[in-house]
Design a protein around this ligand. Structure first.
Ligand SMILES: Cc1cc2nc3c(=O)[nH]c(=O)nc-3n(C[C@H](O)[C@H](O)[C@H](O)COP(=O)(O)OP(=O)(O)OC[C@H]3O[C@@H](n4cnc5c(N)ncnc54)[C@H](O)[C@@H]3O)c2cc1C
Length: 257
C-alpha cells in the first residue's frame, strides 16, 4: 500500500488590517495608539503580556518599512473591549515612529501581523515579577505588570527616565500603585531630575544598580522572574548585575542593538 507523505504545513503569520481608534499623547515625544480588533479577529490577536505587533507601511519614497511595537495592554482588555494599545516614542528622523507620532489619526488603517515574540510572562498569582526598564522599554512591562497585579501577584519595577515629564505611562503607573498598594513596588530613576531617592538619581549604570541592591531596595533572589527591556548596553549591564546577585530567571528584550 502506497503511503502518501505530506510536507508539514507551516502556519505563516498573515497580515491583517486594523483600524486606529485613538491616538493619545503620553509625553512630548510619545503617543499611545489604540487599535480596534473586530470580534472575528480576536482569536488571531490573542497574546501573552509582553509580546509585540509588527507593522508594515510603504514610506513616502516607496520603500517598505516594517517595525515592531510591544503591547502595553492586557489580554483581558482585548477580550472585554476588543482593543490593543501600544506606546510609540518618536526617534529623531525615525520613519515609522515619526509617522505614528505626527500623522496617525483615529480611523486610519494599519497593516499588522498577529502578536509575536518570546518576551512574555506566564501570569501566576503566587509569583513576584521584577523589571528594570528605560524609556519606551516600559511598554511591554506595563502590560505584564497590569496583568500580574490584577491576578494578585507582586511586581517590583525600576524605571529610568530623564525627567517626570518624559516618563511614558506615568499616570497609569500611579493608578496601579493606588489600586494595588504594597504589591506594586515602583521606583523611579531620573537621569536629569531628582529620582525617588539620591541613589535613584543619575544614570542607571551597573555600579549604581549594585549600590541600589546593596541598599536593600530589592533582593534579586526574592523575584521569580525578571524582565529587562531597553537599549542593548543597559539591558546587558543590568542582566549581569542581577545574575551575579542571584537572580534565577532573567528575560530580555532589545529595542536597539
Ligand atoms: C521587539 C521590539 C519591540 C519594540 N517595541 C517598541 C515599543 O513598544 N515602543 C517604541 O517606541 N519602540 C519599540 N521598538 C523600537 C521600534 O521597533 C523601532 O525600532 C523604532 O520606533 C525606530 O523605528 P523608526 O522607523 O521610527 O526609525 P528608523 O527610520 O528605523 O531609524 C531612524 C534612526 O534612528 C535609529 N534608531 C532606530 N531605532 C532606534 C531606537 N529604538 N532607539 C534609538 N535610535 C534608534 C536608527 O539607527 C536611525 O539612525 C521595539 C523594537 C523591537 C525589536
Amino acid at each position: 500500500m502506497a503511503v502518501e507523505l505530506k510536507k508539514p504545513r507551516k502556519n505563516r503569520p498573515v497580515w491583517h488590517k486594523l483600524t486606529v481608534s485613538r491616538v493619545r499623547s503620553l509625553t512630548e515625544d510619545a503617543v499611545e495608539v489604540t487599535l480596534a480588533v473586530p470580534e472575528e479577529l480576536r482569536p488571531a490577536f490573542d497574546f501573552k503580556p509582553g509580546q509585540h505587533l509588527t507593522f508594515q507601511r510603504v514610506g513616502s519614497d516607496g520603500s517598505e518599512v516594517r517595525r515592531s511595537y510591544s503591547l502595553a495592554s492586557t489580554p483581558r482588555e482585548l477580550a472585554e473591549h476588543g482593543t490593543l494599545r501600544l506606546g510609540i516614542r518618536s526617534i529623531p528622523k525615525g520613519s515609522f515612529s515619526g509617522y505614528a507620532n505626527r500623522q496617525l489619526l483615529p480611523g486610519d488603517v494599519l497593516e499588522v501581523l498577529p502578536p509575536l515574540g518570546h518576551f512574555w510572562a506566564e501570569i501566576r498569582s503566587d509569583r513576584h515579577y521584577g523589571s528594570v526598564v528605560a524609556g519606551s522599554g516600559i511598554t511591554p512591562i506595563i502590560g505584564i505588570a497590569t496583568a500580574a497585579l490584577e491576578a494578585g501577584a507582586t511586581v517590583t519595577l525600576l524605571y529610568s527616565n530623564r525627567t517626570e515629564e518624559s516618563t511614558m505611562f506615568a499616570a497609569e503607573l500611579r493608578d496601579l500603585r493606588r489600586d494595588h498598594g504594597e504589591r506594586f513596588r515602583l521606583h523611579h530613576i531620573r537621569t536629569r531630575a531628582t529620582g525617588d531617592s539620591p541613589l535613584l538619581t543619575g544614570r542607571l549604570t551597573p555600579e549604581r544598580l549594585r549600590e541600589v541592591l546593596a541598599a536593600g531596595l530589592v533582593d534579586p533572589r526574592d523575584v521569580d522572574e525578571w524582565f529587562l527591556c531597553g537599549p542593548y548596553e543597559m539591558v546587558i549591564g543590568v542582566k549581569d548585575v542581577l545574575e551575579a546577585a542571584g537572580a534565577q530567571r532573567v528575560r530580555t528584550e532589545l529595542y536597539t542593538v
